[in-house]
Write a protein that binds this ligand. Structure first.
Ligand SMILES: Nc1ncnc2c1ncn2[C@@H]1O[C@H](COP(=O)(O)OP(=O)(O)OP(=O)(O)O)[C@@H](O)[C@H]1O
Length: 210
């Protein structure tokens, strides 16, 4: 675990001719929930992907380099093409700890079942992901993300499709992870979630910030 969190230094990224991030410097504190805010297209998802190592910056760096961060992306339609149940999907979140050829240990199975219970999906644990409602599906993906034994959690608009009660539960779960010393970063448009965060980082489009 990093006691000092992560430093983003001089980060720049473009998709071809479209510059999205330009010389961004900020810190991500451990033990805190950081909200990434900004209008549509200001680069919140891109920044999360850069931090996660899914994309490579054109310039700048994130230190220390995150090891196995847990990332909840906005786009997850690919899951619907797989014959996965709710239980399978959440269990996948525990796979990073063990080689894929080793059977799951009781501890990992229990962690998955507990997280399924926390998000209220136990009655539907044998259901196929493709058969769930949008909010139920999002609960499972949140569970899959938060069950991961990471020290950095990156969530892209996690409250999408959630009802009010589940949004509150999400805040509780994020707080628990932060209180356990984890670094939690959430891209959000949700006012309650932003109010709940300890730190807010606002992104503006490079052309606006010049
Ligand atoms: N794969 C891609 N190829 C080209 N351009 C992209 C790609 N992904 C995103 N962009 C562009 O990069 C910019 C930032 O996109 P990004 O999804 O990071 O913004 P965002 O702040 O997360 O937006 P939103 O609030 O709508 O989710 C946008 O102008 C978008 O059109």
């Amino acid at each position: 675990m990093t006691a000092t969190g992560y430093t983003v230094r001089g980060l720049s990224f473009s998709y071809g001719a479209t510059t999205v991030l330009e010389n961004l410097t900020t810190t991500l504190q451990p033990g805190a929930v950081t909200a990434l805010v900004g209008a549509n297209g200001t680069g919140k998802s891109t920044l999360l992907e850069l931090i996660a190592g899914v994309r490579t910056p054109d310039a700048g760096e994130i230190t220390p380099r995150p090891r196995r961060p847990a990332l909840l992306t906005q786009r997850s339609e690919h899951i619907d093409g797989l014959p996965l149940t709710v239980r399978d999907c959440v269990r996948i979140g525990t796979f990073g700890q063990v080689p894929c050829w080793r059977p799951m240990a009781r501890r990992e199975r229990r962690a998955a079942e507990e997280m399924i219970e926390r998000v209220g999906m136990t009655p539907l644990r044998e259901s196929r992901m493709r058969d769930l409602s949008g909010g139920q599906r999002q609960r499972v993906l949140i569970a899959q993300t938060l069950v991961q034994p990471a020290d950095l959690y990156l969530l892209d608009e996690p409250s999408t499709a959630l009802d009010a009660g589940t949004r509150e539960l999400l805040c509780t779960l994020l707080r628990e992870h932060a209180d356990a010393g984890k670094t939690v970063v959430v891209a959000s448009h949700d006012r309650d979630e932003i109010r709940f965060a300890d730190t807010v980082i606002e992104l503006a489009s490079p052309s606006m910030s010049r």
